[in-house]
Design a protein around this ligand. Structure first.
Ligand code: FAD
Length: 267
């Protein structure tokens, strides 16, 4: 069984105050901030490794991004994935979710064989949750999103999908794509041995000379999304903490609500 895990390198949320937007094309300037593996993608890696341990599968991590995305792939190798591939080319820069999922799907197609694709439910920076489903659409395979429990059978998977008020259990044939939530597992830390092995491992870079994708289908030219404006939303007023005992607090709340004409019916 061959599992492909899609991982995205994202800015560390602790670095958010330092994140800058390029005014030319409204994209994030990623070079100047500390980056991490998208947290949901660590869950996807962990799930792949757990399946590998049970079913003797092999796991390949792929990431599309600038050269520094190699760091994220090295961490995936240190956690225990077998192979890692970086998909990187200046012509892919500026890709929106449409173009990103297209490039990733073509890269996955280049692999000899795959049974299961795992991705995070969403990236913490772009946050669209579109890339996983996009890859499945481009490949024409079933997709199960927001999965919090996964069981692999012979030629099929059974997944528990977390929905707003309930969960749903679905079985589908393989190959299929699954996006995972945080609930699915607790990602492991890389071992010392894993870190040492990952340092030495070669990570091939697949550029567009290799993938040979039409340039009008990738990068900014291949991206139908246009970001018109990026801004930091204004915070609402700071709020007030009401002190006192329970009765005093309740009275103050009622007083404030009345002042705002929100409790006109109270005498
Ligand atoms: C006009 C425009 C230009 C953009 N330019 C750039 C740019 O130059 N560089 C850039 O990084 N982003 C760029 N973006 C953002 C880019 O579209 C998204 O970051 C990317 O498509 C992923 O979308 P998302 O972050 O919403 O991921 P989601 O759809 O929320 O991600 C879901 C899951 O898909 C997988 N995934 C997502 N992205 C990747 C990836 N790159 N490699 C492997 N797996 C992945 C992960 O498993 C992830 O958990 C641009 C967006 C627009 C609209």
């Amino acid at each position: 069984m061959h599992i492909v895990v899609c991982i995205k390198q994202v800015p560390d949320t602790e670095e958010l105050p330092k994140v800058k937007i390029d005014p030319k094309d409204n994209t994030i300037v990623r070079e100047e901030v500390k980056n991490i593996i998208n947290p949901f993608d660590e869950n996807a890696i962990e799930e792949a490794l757990r399946i590998k341990e049970k079913k003797s599968a092999s796991v390949t991590a792929i990431s599309m991004g600038p050269p520094q995305a190699e760091e994220a792939l090295r961490r995936a190798l240190a956690m225990g994935v077998d192979e890692a591939i970086l998909i990187s080319d200046p012509v892919f820069a500026g890709s929106d979710t449409w173009a990103t999922s297209y490039v990733l799907s073509r890269a996955i197609k280049k692999l000899e064989h795959f049974d299961l694709i795992l991705a995070g439910k969403q990236a913490i920076d772009g946050d669209t949750a579109q890339v996983g489903p996009g890859i499945a659409e481009w490949l024409g395979i079933p997709q199960l999103t927001y999965v919090r429990k996964l069981e692999v059978k012979d030629g099929s998977i059974v997944a528990e999908r977390a929905l707003e008020d309930y969960f749903e259990v679905i079985e589908t044939r393989l190959p299929a794509l699954v996006t995972v939530t945080k609930e699915i597992n607790e990602p492991r830390y890389p071992s010392l041995r894993g870190l040492l092995l990952a340092k030495k491992k070669e990570i091939p870079i697949w550029n567009n000379d290799y993938l040979k994708l039409p340039v009008d289908k990738v990068g900014l030219d291949g991206s139908p999304t246009r970001v018109i404006k990026v801004f930091i939303p204004k915070l609402p007023s700071k709020g007030e903490i009401i002190e006192g005992d329970l009765n005093q607090k309740a009275e103050r709340v009622i007083e404030e609500l009345k002042k705002r004409n929100l409790l006109r019916w109270l005498r």
